[in-house]
Design a protein around this ligand. Structure first.
Ligand code: ZN
Length: 271
């Protein structure tokens, strides 16, 4: 009984994190029963774990991408020689890097334009969408459920030197570029109006505000390329950064609303 409760919770967690992980778990249990559960088999739990990892990787890298095409989605570049790269292994290992082909094409243009201006740098993406089904949310990003959304990383300085093709945290999220003196503080406003979740993405991250700063010229240039791309419909960014980087008049770049989370650690873009 306990075993099945554990399997149920694992199924839920793996499905929330990776979409396919829960199903791979069930497949593993099925195959494992045939292969390892007879009396003479040694270390069935260990072998079952290895079987899960092998199946998960085979599905993630070989089987899911072609099937996702049936849903009009493709994975963003991971190992390919591209101007677009994942900021963290979490996105591609957990199948969180799928987008509609139209968005993929727009990102390729943006990546190439950016790379032309800054040849040493890639455009780094964060979470996008899962490979299958419209309406299946990619938690904690409720709106990333249709293949039309993707988050992009900022560019940073670390102790005043450029941080090249890297981000301050494991996932790329949660390191906030706080409002400076005199800038509007949207976070205070949202939290004081009861939206406790507004800055929760920072709670797991060490906010060493002396270590990293925003690399303003590069982040501004990336935003310019995103905003001028005709395929991109909306961009979400925290108001103090929108103003600081000179986009006060840009209608495409907006505040996402207090029901969401802070957007001074990443840029959200959508078709
Ligand atoms: Zn987003």
């Amino acid at each position: 009984m306990m075993k099945w409760i554990l399997i149920f919770f694992l199924f839920i967690i793996l499905t929330i994190l990776t979409q396919i992980g829960g199903l791979i778990l069930l497949l593993t249990i099925l195959i494992g029963r045939i292969l390892f559960q007879h009396r003479l088999s040694k270390y069935p739990a260990f072998k079952t774990t290895i079987l899960f990892l092998v199946l998960y990787l085979v599905f993630t890298f070989l089987i899911v991408p072609p099937i996702a095409q049936l849903f009009g989605r493709s994975p963003l570049p991971v190992f390919k020689n591209s101007t677009l790269k994942p900021a963290s292994f979490c996105s591609y290992l957990f199948n969180r890097h799928y987008v509609k082909n139209e968005l993929s094409a727009a990102l390729e243009v943006i990546g190439n334009e950016f790379h032309y201006q800054y040849p040493e740098y890639h455009v780094l993406y964060l979470d996008a969408n899962f490979p299958f089904f419209d309406g299946f949310p990619l938690l904690p990003h409720l709106s990333h459920n249709d293949g039309k959304k993707v988050d992009m990383a900022f560019y940073y300085l670390v102790k005043d030197k450029p941080l090249v093709n890297d981000v301050p945290t494991l996932t790329g999220y949660g390191y906030f570029i706080n409002p400076q003196k005199g800038e509007f503080n949207q976070t205070e406003k949202c939290i004081s109006s009861g939206n406790w979740q507004y800055d929760f993405t920072g709670s797991l991250v060490f906010q060493d505000q002396n270590k990293y700063q925003l690399d303003e010229p590069k982040t501004k240039y990336l935003l310019e390329l995103i905003a001028k791309n005709p395929k991109i419909g909306k961009v979400f960014l925290e108001p103090h950064l929108k103003n600081r980087l000179g986009f006060a008049e840009a209608n495409k770049i907006r505040f996402q609303g207090c029901h969401s989370v802070r957007h001074d650690d990443h840029i959200h873009i959508q078709l």
